[in-house]
Design a protein around this ligand. Sequence first.
Ligand code: FBP
Length: 260
Amino acid sequence: MNNHIEDSSISRNGNTLILAYDHGVEHGPVDFEPEPESSNPENIFKTARHSAVSCLAVQKGIAEQYYEDYSDEVNLLLKLNGSSDLAHREDYYSPKQCTVKYAVEELGADAVGYTMYAGSVHEDKMWEDFRKVQEEARKYDVPVVMWAYPRGRGIEESDYDGQTDPDLIAYAARLGLELGADMVKVKYPGSQEHMENVVRQTGRTKVVMSGGSKRSDEEFLSDVQTTIDAGANGLAVGRNIFQRENPENILDQLEEIIFE
Ligand code: FBP
């Protein structure tokens, strides 16, 4: 059985641009402050109609209320788990709010996404949650994207130099291959050489770069170009799109870099 993304609707010439819009959960309304109209999901669905966008990643509630109106023009990646900045937790954990069955049968999802916090004291439980997601996704024939974010006490107490250590990013990405993800989403590891190592470690599992906080066009596009030059497959991006006054301009440029 080969990678499930290649023949799926969220891939174009093997590459993908995921427009991520789960920030209302992960960070709260503060992420919408730079462009207040971005708090309205309707505007993000409209942006997602741009030909550069392979799919829009949202939580269940937004999919339920808005997706039907855009399902002809936008592919849906249902983010199955998520966690808010408000929770008081012993360590990083991202609970599941939606099953693959519900995502596909009720919401019309084309793909599903799951955040994995390798290094957390809850890592074992997250592996178990992910196992169920991954096997259910195979049953429904939808690709699984892992948000591969190494975080938590295991990392703090290790010899790795924090969450952005390139070797740690490669390790978290490798877990994606080993645990059955079709695609991993990783933070930019700092250089083309480091991204090449991430790509090497993930084998047939695809790799996309995580957008991160908003930067200048030049800085952001240069990291995306380096990511593609390293052999990775695209981008999962939120704030660097919806915090811009005119997201279409940057999407035009991203389309050229990622798909042409
Ligand atoms: P950005 O491009 O805005 O970084 O979005 C990607 C993403 O993974 C979102 O899906 C998620 O809401 C956010 O980053 C989480 O960021 P972090 O956990 O680094 O605060």
